[in-house]
Ligand binder design. Structure first.
Ligand code: BGC
Length: 341
């Protein structure tokens, strides 16, 4: 037993020594562990595929589905922290508040870790060289949603003249929120609304609800409130594309839906975030007026470099991307609308 353990340690040592971090050391290969909070999330599925596409030629990757349960994901993470073959952990948490305990655990075994998409609290990353965060910049996503809205209405005066459906002199909107406590929910919501105010709009949030990033929940939400608000709604802002698409699904079921004209002219504009492939398609089909790209391709490039730098102990002073908060990298959103197509 002892002998086997020694041999495997020696193999691990050789693998660890490989300067490029390429894993081809026989059956005891080390790997990178990728944890996704739920395979059912449209955006995270594309993210996970992109990670595998970019990293697959350099490393072997084991992917874990957290099935939206933090306690289930904790078991997966702990077992990979203790697994000597796992050299690097990429974690999309179910609950971002779980980060603290995980950082403390990886510190004891000196294993590097990147949290992606669900951001730990700043203090959780403050005292470690092993833990990083890579994700979107939700403040910029929200502001860009406001800009896209303004692009459609062409200023508040023009809105009042041409688009104010109940002629009450204010922009009446429905805000569809993601998951409660998620940094992208909080900041996209806040900045889309404050961004519109900064652009000179008087705003009235008719109604808002957490729809957990989910298309069906959002469809059902709109179905529930639509009868009451249908003559007032001037705009729907959604924290992501899937929930925007849920609202669109519902509007397409309405009697006055006319597929011959853009859905935003038929009803009112709906603005999302992500530019998932289904989201992009809805913009092209003139169903969703616009969205903001959640630039996961750049996020994966940063992740790729972080892995390379940490596994090879390269000095972080030469890292090609700039940190914008403690051990964190946030990518800017990019406008996608009828005008940018
Ligand atoms: C994306 C959502 C996704 C969520 C998952 C957000 O950044 O915009 O589409 O459901 O992350 O955590």
């Amino acid at each position: 037993m002892r002998k086997i353990k020694k041999i495997s340690t020696f193999l691990n040592f050789l693998c660890n020594f490989s300067s490029l971090g390429v894993i081809s050391c026989g059956s005891n290969n080390w790997h990178i562990s990728l944890f996704i909070y739920s395979f059912e999330d449209t955006f995270m599925s594309s993210y996970s595929n992109q990670i595998q596409t970019i990293l697959k030629d350099k490393y072997s990757i084991q992917v874990f589905d957290g099935e939206a349960s933090q306690s289930y994901q904790n078991d997966q993470i702990v077992s990979e922290i203790n697994n000597e073959s796992s050299r690097f952990l990429l974690i999309n948490l179910v609950d971002r508040l779980a980060a603290k305990t995980i950082v403390e655990k990886v510190e004891t075994v000196n294993k590097p870790i990147i949290f992606l998409n669900r951001e730990p609290l700043e203090e959780d990353l403050a005292n470690t060289d092993n833990a990083f965060y890579v994700g979107a910049k939700p403040e910029s996503d929200g502001l860009l949603q406001a800009e896209i809205t303004n692009e459609y209405f062409e200023g508040f005066s023009n809105f009042k003249e041409k688009y104010d459906r109940n002629q009450n002199g204010v922009l009446d909107l429905i805000l569809i929120k993601g998951e409660q406590g998620h940094q992208d929910t909080e900041n996209r919501s806040q900045y889309s609304v404050s961004g519109l105010a900064d652009l000179g709009y008087e705003i009235n949030v008719l109604d808002t609800r957490f729809c957990d990033w989910n298309r069906t929940i959002s469809r059902d939400y709109l179905a529930e409130i639509y009868e009451y608000y249908k003559d007032d709604i001037d705009l729907i802002i959604s924290n992501n594309d899937d929930m925007a698409l849920g609202a669109i699904d519902f509007l397409k079921e309405q009697e006055n839906y006319n597929p011959e004209i853009p859905l935003y002219e038929n009803f009112f504009p709906i603005i999302g975030v992500d530019e998932t492939s289904v989201g992009y398609e809805a913009v092209v089909n003139k169903e969703m007026y616009g969205t903001v790209r959640n630039d996961y391709e750049t996020q994966v490039q940063i992740i790729d470099k972080l892995i390379e730098f940490k596994l090879n102990s390269y000095p972080m002073e030469t890292f090609p991307y700039e940190m914008d908060a403690i051990n964190s990298y946030h990518t800017d959103g990019i406008k996608v609308s009828q005008k940018t197509l």
